[in-house]
Design a protein around this ligand. Structure first.
Ligand code: HEM
Length: 149
């Protein structure tokens, strides 16, 4: 059964705040390895971006953006957060996810849709549930920065 992102968001927030590590990467690389390393992450990101561009709930938001560049940056971010040997080098190096998304006026429903697509992409690439949950716990606290509408 597909778990609702909001449930994960709540769990992630709780976990992040209880451990005092809202957006710091995992210090060991088991999540990174569970995602299949760099190669696995690249495949997951490619499937994920295909899914969002086909998803009527959110595809409008991605029109006019450079998806290749977004794929590269997102892969870096997921690699870094999951404990892999990467650094996010994107436009918002300070990890200010709010400034990178504020103009998009993203709603909770859109955030949940994107999260579902990411989960589906991980599912399709055979990522174990325990690993999916660890990545999601790391991303969930970003909801507060990304949802502005
Ligand atoms: C956990 C959720 C999310 C994460 C981790 C995430 C991550 C990212 C990252 C790392 C970038 C930076 C790209 C760069 O440095 O160039 C980015 C940009 C972007 N995101 Fe998200 N995002 C999330 C949710 C969303 C949602 C819900 C939407 C729309 C419905 C969205 C739409 C976009 C778009 C269109 C860009 C391109 C902005 C630009 O190039 O200026 N994101 N996202």
């Amino acid at each position: 059964m597909m778990k609702k992102w909001s449930t994960w968001a709540a769990a992630g927030l709780l976990l992040a705040s209880s451990l005092g590590m809202a957006q710091t990467p995992y210090s060991e690389d088991s999540t990174y390895r569970g995602l299949g390393g760099k190669e696995g992450i690249d495949k997951i990101v490619a499937s994920f971006l295909t899914l969002v561009q086909q998803d009527v709930r959110v595809k409008e938001s991605f029109v006019d953006f450079d998806m290749e560049q977004l794929a590269g940056r997102l892969a870096e971010q997921l690699c870094e957060f999951s404990g892999g040997p990467c650094k996010y080098t994107g436009k918002y190096k300070d990890r200010d996810m709010e400034s990178s998304h504020v103009d998009l006026k993203i709603t909770n429903a859109q955030f949940n849709a994107v999260a579902e697509d990411l989960q589906l992409a991980m599912e399709r690439h055979g990522v174990p549930n325990s690993v999916q949950n660890k990545l999601i716990a790391k991303l969930a606290p970003m909801q507060r920065a990304i949802v502005t509408k």
